[in-house]
Design a protein around this ligand. Structure first.
Ligand code: FAD
Length: 474
């Protein structure tokens, strides 16, 4: 491609940042005027894969992106509806000759790209697509026989060996500046959205959106907490993890940059063994993210069925009352309820609690993991189809490299290990504030733990056995 006198569109999707953004970088390199565009979706009401808190975060990210573009003399042009139709119409209006974008590897993203590719050709336009959502694409990490990995450990070994790309320089500013655009003004678009656009109302108090906030979180985590990550990451009340999942989900930071910076820390000769182990553990978590992207890419059917065919006919139970109590955090299991209430209040749940609540739904209540998967997608700000499906199938014992079905976490002993003083529980389940912490980690024998707090919905030991029988009979 050669740089020529031409106008192009950069289609922002799940890459809502200016720094180290592959498609945006090349759009600026190879044109004289870049028009930044985002296409809003037109669904309204309930959606299988999203909900108010994630859309709220998206609105904040678009606002922040618009402000960052304004600082470069530009602004975000917002359109809506079918992306292919909206982009082609904007290209016609502006005389743009090409559309630049980063690929979205989710099944819906792939479908949209396919349609765009076929319509673009018939409209005399060109498109340039780049890989940017992960450090490595699913097809870069394959077995020697060219097959996808189905197990994490060999995948992660192979992933580490693939050469890494270097970071991109900051985008050129003049190509974004709309004063260069004919008439000096970008075309009109829709106003920045709020939740009413999707007929949604505000829920919960979410983390600060936008590239600047995400970079602040990243730099803060890399400056010190990463060195204690391995020791503290499972302790629910410590808040010792990076809190970068929504930033990776919306592309507010680049996974390449996060990975590169974390690897660079290993070069510090003053690190002790535990600090090195912490950085390595964090890097492994980033690889889990990539592994789940690869699984969904190669096996998109996991969104509908169990990854392991052996477990496709488990007789999951239907019990609306139990499901409702799990969702609202009133199961009578303090650690489970604390996790669910953290989710409802903030759109985030600590990783340890995601595993415990998911195992509780499937192995204690025997409800279908798809119910929990959908609820998480509707509530999580970081809701990522690939990681969420992977996490649910892992917890249910049906997935690739899953926790074997007979490894069933006991919610009582999990809280005594990972929230020994009950600080996390007391924060999210205020009814239990005055209960001595030792009582929080065992089933109450003589009535409820506190006024207004229910008795456990099931007996863990009995349900564990039922679950073992359910799986063993397959
Ligand atoms: C049932 C279940 C559902 C989940 N749903 C999601 C989801 O929708 N979106 C999501 O981003 N993560 C999901 N996870 C993975 C994990 O819980 C979150 O990524 C993590 O809690 C986010 O917090 P953090 O950014 O502080 O993570 P950190 O511990 O700081 O990890 C750093 C980054 O690594 C990635 N990561 C960490 N753990 C995992 C993992 N197990 N699988 C995949 N990527 C991981 C995330 O991008 C995370 O931001 C799920 C896990 C389970 C068990």
């Amino acid at each position: 491609m050669t740089r020529s006198e031409q106008i192009v569109l950069h289609w922002f999707r799940r890459d809502l940042r200016l720094t180290d953004n592959t498609a945006l970088h090349f759009a600026c390199e190879q044109s004289t005027q870049v028009i930044p565009v985002y296409i809003l979706s037109t669904w309204s009401g309930e959606h299988r894969f999203t909900g108010p808190m994630r859309q709220d975060f998206l609105c904040g990210c678009l606002k922040s992106l618009n402000a960052n573009l304004a600082a470069k003399g530009s602004r975000l042009v917002l359109r809506e509806g079918d992306p292919a139709a909206a982009l082609i119409s904007l290209a016609r209006e502006t005389g743009a000759k090409a559309i630049y974008y980063n690929r979205d590897p989710d099944p819906h993203g792939r479908l949209v790209e396919k349609r765009l590719a076929s319509e673009i050709a018939t409209n005399g336009l060109r498109s340039f697509a780049f890989d940017d959502v992960t450090v490595h694409t699913p097809s870069e990490v394959l077995t020697v026989a060219g097959q996808p990995y189905r197990i994490f450990t060999p995948y992660s070994r192979a992933w580490r060996l693939v050469p890494k790309k270097s970071l991109l320089p900051p985008p050129r500013i003049s190509e974004l500046d709309s004063r260069n655009f004919p008439g000096g003004k970008l075309p009109n678009g829709l106003p920045l959205p709020d939740l009413s656009r999707w007929a949604l109302s505000k829920e919960g108090s979410i983390i600060e959106p936008g590239e600047r906030a995400a970079r602040r979180r990243m730099n803060a985590f890399l400056s010190e907490p990463i060195l204690r990550y391995a020791q503290l990451r499972d302790l629910a009340s410590e808040e010792a993890t990076s809190r970068l999942s929504q930033d990776l989900r919306f592309g507010l930071i680049s996974p390449r940059e996060l990975h590169t910076k974390a690897v660079a820390l290993l070069e510090n000769p003053g690190l002790d063994a535990s600090e090195i182990r912490s950085i390595q553990t964090f890097l492994t978590e980033l690889i889990w993210r990539e592994f789940y992207f690869a699984l969904l890419w190669h096996y998109p059917e996991v969104l509908e069925v169990e990854f392991n065919p052996k477990f496709r006919r488990i007789p999951w139970v239907t019990n609306n009352e139990a499901l409702a109590r799990w969702k609202e955090g009133t199961t009578g299991f303090p650690f489970v309820d604390a996790g669910m209430r953290q989710l409802l209040a903030t759109g985030f749940m600590h990783n340890r609690l995601r595993m415990i609540t998911a195992m509780f739904l499937t192995k204690d209540l025997h409800l279908d993991w798809r119910e929990g998967e959908m609820f998480f997608m509707q509530k999580l700000v970081d809701g990522e189809i690939a990681s969420n499906n992977g996490g649910w199938q892992w917890s249910a014992g049906t997935g690739a490299d899953a926790a074997p079905y007979f490894r069933i976490q006991n919610p009582w002993s999990q809280s005594s290990r990972f929230d020994p003083e009950g600080r996390f529980i007391k924060r999210w389940v205020p009814e239990l504030r005055d209960v001595p912490f030792a009582s929080l980690h065992q089933p109450p024998w003589n009535g409820p733990l506190a006024r207004g707090y229910p008795m456990p919905i099931v007996d863990h030991a009995a349900e564990r056995q039922k679950c073992l029988d359910m799986f063993a009979s397959r």
